[in-house]
Write a protein that binds this ligand. Structure first.
Ligand SMILES: [Zn+2]
Ligand SMILES: [Zn+2]
Length: 384
């Protein structure tokens, strides 16, 4: 990437007056950066070069001492003062972008750049299995999971206590090295973290015996997670800051608890509603009966009306699951399963034959419409 022989005036690049204050400079760079970032702007072939110029201009004008030097002596003054613009690599551009916009990890560059700021801890996952009653009630549950913790033996610096920490010989203390990466823009040089020192630039002469010099260890932890009443299978509860520890000075990751709810042999869940099946012997369906059905708490008695048909649904309002993060409960839908006797004694057969001979159209006449009967027969749930 050819750099212009004469560097441009940073005020001109950012389009701000010479008297611009820090907020104006920051705002101008932010909007330029968003517009010109090479991973965003793929239309303008000059975008990458313009972005570099904007980044250099911002690095000069955002630093009071550098800005004063530039104001008095220009680019020549900065160079003689030892300042070198450092935006030749995507990696350092990414660093600047991340430092500025606070993107974690690879940020908009999609990884690969050596992070300038300390690395944020990783998010971790844990699983919590509940039965349906627990999911309905919610409450505090203990969850055990593995996450990276600071090594207590070396207090996280990776050195065996009492031994020195030296400049990394692999990277000469820079903490980073150059690597060629293939991208949609072609091959680019990226700056990546030194694999010997992990980007610190310093390395323990004698690595900590406990953590092998990493300064951190995988450890098992137990936390209490507050599960909201009505949580459903597959939902996650996030606990901020309970993931793996970050590099010194960086925040820890988050813990995501994946909740699985065991199947309940009594109920099928349908959103906030629960569905259960009530077996009703055919004669009772014809005569009507008071029968018990299970609920999430105590069984309740339901009135099965005389003439109740197979598949009819009795809705028990408010006996379903609590509505997550809202007030109230869903319903318990009781689906009537009319049981036809499979075996008959001689006496029962004789009685049924007598009954059958007396059945008329009038006994069977439905008060519901054909459509209502179809809905019921096809198990399209409705309440009566
Ligand atoms: Zn250690
Ligand atoms: Zn190194």
């Amino acid at each position: 990437m050819a750099r212009p022989a004469t560097p441009r005036d940073p005020y001109e690049v950012l389009g701000v007056p010479r008297a611009a204050d820090d907020a104006q400079i920051k705002k101008a760079f932010r909007s330029l950066a968003r517009e010109l970032h090479p991973d965003v702007n793929t239309d303008d072939p000059q975008a990458e070069e313009k972005f570099k110029q904007a980044a250099e201009a911002y690095e000069i004008l955002s630093d009071a001492e550098r800005r004063a030097t530039y104001d008095r002596f220009g680019h020549e003054g900065l160079r003689s003062g030892g300042y070198q613009p450092n935006f030749d690599q995507f990696g350092s551009l990414g660093d600047l972008f991340e430092a500025f916009f606070g993107a974690a990890g690879g940020g908009i560059f999609g990884g690969g750049g050596a992070a300038r700021g300390p690395a944020v801890g990783a998010d971790v996952g844990a699983e919590l299995e509940l039965d349906l009653t627990q999911a309905a009630a919610g409450g505090a549950f203990a969850v055990t999971y593995a996450a990276v913790d600071r090594c207590e033996h070396c207090h996280g610096n990776g050195a065996e206590p009492g031994t020195p920490i030296e400049t990394c010989s692999r990277c000469g203390g820079a903490g980073r090295r150059q690597a060629v990466t293939r991208t949609p823009f072609g091959q680019v040089m990226r700056t990546v973290a030194c694999d010997a020192c992990g980007g610190d630039g310093r390395i323990a002469a004698q690595p900590c015996a406990q953590c092998g010099g990493r300064g951190a260890l995988l450890a098992e932890r137990t936390v209490t997670v507050e599960v909201p009443a009505g949580i459903a299978d597959g939902q996650r509860v996030r606990i901020g800051g309970r993931g793996s520890v970050g590099a010194p000075g960086a925040r820890a990751g988050d813990l995501y608890v994946l909740v699985s709810v065991r199947e309940d042999e009594r109920f099928v869940r349908d959103g906030d509603d629960l569905v259960t099946v009530l077996d009703v012997p055919a004669p009772l369906a014809a005569l009507g009966a008071s029968l018990q059905v299970p609920t999430l708490t105590d069984p309740v008695t339901v009135e099965v009306a005389a003439g109740t048909q197979p598949g009819e649904v009795i809705a028990l309002r408010g006996r379903g699951m609590p509505r997550l993060q809202r007030h109230g409960h869903g319903d318990l839908r009781v689906v009537v399963n009319v049981q036809i006797p499979r075996r008959l004694s001689d006496e029962q057969r004789s009685l049924l034959e007598q009954l059958s001979a007396t059945i008329t159209e009038e006994n069977l006449r439905a008060e519901e419409s054909v459509f209502a009967r179809l809905r019921r027969t096809l198990h399209l749930h409705h309440s009566r």
